[in-house]
Design a protein around this ligand. Structure first.
Ligand SMILES: *Cc1c(COP(=O)(O)O)cnc(C)c1O
Length: 355
């Protein structure tokens, strides 16, 4: 990647917040670094990317994003190894995915050179915010919003592509119990489920609150037509282990093509773990839970890498999963994080060094 050919206008912050940040007590996504990347789209083109001090935006109240939700985002992480080198994990996949999401929401594609030049300049400025050690990382949130003023229901002619960054620790979110959805749906055929479109997440808050009242932390969404097949969680793809076989649903226009998910699939092949990518029925999982064959359920996503699930609920019944010494969840978390932190060979060329 040649970044030198793409100019980025950099305006440095006068002071840094880093001295006042308690890196041992970081709530996920609450503290942001000193700078942000902004690139405006107007007159039919993306303008020169800028890096500015992190701060509020001023926008017209009629800006399209507030009314029609023309907004997409990404989630990625930067890691620091023992020699202070900075690494990203499969960033090209995030770049391609944000443009795929954008296309579905009629947002113009963002140029690859701008994405990498802006991101790398930003990370170089914020390098002290990336702490060494397993679990520490910098969470990176690229996003695009429609900024054009006017409430006509049509795609905007002006946008902002931005990147903000938040220091993150390995976070333990407590025991996660999931509800298999029986009534509400996250995504439909022909819809926007595959996109990281802002509205997909807003639509999950209400059903998730109802599930919380029943003692669950998250929902595993089922297919909208029949609610018979398990698809994915709100921000994670889902894997089931029945006996020693791993099963995960195929991606589709309803299911997000997670970078962590496809990395697990590649690692399963490398380590000869029996894995099937196919539809997973609620019925087979409930039966496997009853017979004791269901060993694990875990979620996969950039924020938590692997999120083990301790139990699930369906049709008014609750099921607990066994506690395993040698879980697949632990195995994949170890393999993936060692690659991310440059502590293991990178056979698949997933690491990307920020120089
Ligand atoms: C972001 C996300 C995932 C996980 O994707 P990763 O690329 O692994 O972070 C899974 N499902 C949904 C709905 C998501 O938004």
């Amino acid at each position: 990647m040649k970044t030198s050919t793409t100019p980025v206008d950099i305006q440095k912050a006068a002071t840094s917040k880093i001295e006042n940040t308690d890196f041992n007590n970081l709530a996920f996504g609450q503290v942001f670094t000193d700078h942000m990347m902004i690139c405006d789209y107007k007159d039919g083109a993306w303008q020169t990317p800028k890096i500015q001090p992190y701060g509020p935006l001023e926008m017209d109240p009629s800006a399209r994003v507030f009314h029609y939700g023309q907004a997409v985002f990404e989630g990625m992480k930067a890691f620091k190894d023992e020699e202070d080198r900075i690494w990203l994990f499969r960033p090209e996949d995030n770049f391609e995915r944000i443009n795929k999401s954008s296309e579905r929401l009629a947002i113009p594609a963002f140029p690859k050179e701008f994405f990498f030049a802006g991101l790398e300049e930003l990370l170089k400025l914020e390098k002290d915010w990336i702490k060494k050690g397993f679990g520490n990382s910098l969470y990176i949130r690229p996003f695009v919003i429609a900024t054009e003023a006017g409430v006509s229901a049509a795609p905007a002619k002006e946008y902002k592509f931005m990147i903000i960054c938040s220091p993150a620790q390995a976070y333990y979110s407590g025991e996660v119990r999931v509800k298999f959805s029986e009534e509400y749906s996250r995504a439909a055929d022909g819809g926007v489920g595959f996109a990281k479109a802002a509205g997909n997440y807003a639509a999950q808050f209400y059903p998730t609150n109802l599930a919380k009242d029943e003692g669950f932390q998250q929902i595993i969404w089922t297919d909208a037509n029949t609610h018979e097949y398990l698809e994915e969680a709100g921000t994670m793809n889902i894997f089931f282990r029945v006996g020693d076989k791993l099963i995960t649903a195929p991606t589709s226009d309803r299911i997000l093509d997670g970078v962590t998910r496809k990395s697990i699939i590649a690692l399963a092949k490398e380590f000869n773990i029996d894995l099937e990518v196919r539809r997973v029925s609620v019925k087979e999982i409930v039966e496997a839970a009853k017979s004791g064959d269901l060993k694990e359920i875990f979620g996969s996503g950039t924020a938590t890498v692997i999120n083990p699930i301790v139990g699930f609920g369906h049709a008014g019944k609750k099921y607990d999963l066994p506690k395993l010494e040698d879980s697949y969840a632990g195995f994949f978390k170890d393999k993936l994080t060692k690659i991310q932190y440059n502590q293991a060979a990178d056979k698949f060329n997933w690491r990307y060094q920020v120089k």
